[in-house]
Design a protein around this ligand. Structure first.
Ligand code: NAD
Length: 256
């Protein structure tokens, strides 16, 4: 059980981040949710989770594209035993047309934010004598696809930074690992299914199997609960000697 631990999950008002936050709360951790917005519904999400799981859940707005904001998130959390670097965006374009602003935003949000939050969280973990850093990378942290230059570069960067964090904390009760999901069933992916089916003149089932999950041999999406469960495992005693590595949750993608 993670009771008494505080988990900070970046980019956690939807999708994988929210799924991971929910599984950590289910395992007993107090949770800090985050995104760049500061809406009533963000704070309601925290209040609802608090009622559902009986743990303390706060929502703290911070823009993960800004280093100062990343560090401020950890400071405002006040404690950070478990850090999950999850915030991420995507842009798809050939290299020669790739907008520089998109490149910079993806590198900042998907990669550099993990540097800033980790730098702010490690002193707290050291003081507590325990810590777990879980970076949500991607199958694209281990393999590449065309037109995803910034995303693939950032995710490979996250995997590299995961190893460095693990080495710098190796002698302490602190671990750092990356989860590498393949395609995960999130609202974002869900929204692409009808358009993809239309574009290829297929049924939605065919579009999922032949187009969206082309590279996922299981032909099934991973779920946010499965990513959350993997994060909980990485925070467990059974995983205390797992550090500086990646766990793929990709239905066989990287085995191909
Ligand atoms: P999503 O769009 O549902 O979630 C992204 C989260 O990041 C949201 O909560 C969003 O508000 C937040 N966010 C975006 N920009 C931010 C910023 N500047 N500051 C703070 N928060 C910000 O997408 P998702 O699919 O849940 O993706 C979450 C992570 O998982 C990403 O790092 C993504 O690369 C990774 N991932 C997703 C898949 C997949 O199939 N969905 C596969 C592999 C890896």
């Amino acid at each position: 059980t993670l009771s008494g631990k505080t988990a900070v999950i970046t980019g956690s008002n939807s999708g994988i981040g929210l799924g991971v936050a929910r599984e950590l709360a289910r395992a007993g951790a107090n949770v800090v949710l985050n995104s760049f917005t500061d809406r009533d519904e963000d704070h309601k999400l925290a209040a609802d989770m608090e009622a559902e799981f009986g743990v303390v859940v706060r929502y703290i707005a911070a823009d993960m594209s800004k280093g100062e904001d990343c560090r401020a998130l950890i400071e405002k959390a006040g404690a950070c035993d478990i850090l999950v670097n999850n915030a991420g965006i995507q842009h798809v374009s050939p290299i020669e047309d790739f907008p520089t602003v998109k490149w910079d935003a993806i590198i900042a949000i998907n990669m550099s934010s993990a540097f800033h939050t980790t730098a702010a969280a490690l002193p707290m973990m050291r003081k507590a004598g325990w810590g777990r850093v879980v970076n949500i990378a991607s199958a694209h942290g281990l393999t590449a696809s065309p037109y995803k230059g910034a995303y693939v570069a950032a995710k490979h960067g996250v995997v590299g930074f995961t190893k460095v964090t693990a080495l710098e904390t190796a002698k302490e009760d602190i671990t750092c690992n990356a989860i590498c999901p393949g395609y995960v069933h999130t609202p974002l992916v869900d929204a692409q299914i009808p358009d993809t089916a239309k574009k290829y003149n297929m049924t939605e089932e065919e579009a999922i199997e032949k187009v969206i999950l082309e590279r996922q041999p299981s032909k099934q999406f991973a779920t946010v609960e499965q990513i959350g469960g993997t994060a909980v495992f990485l925070c467990s005693d059974a995983a205390a000697q797992i550090t500086g590595t990646t766990i793929s949750v990709d239905g066989g993608w990287t085995a191909l």
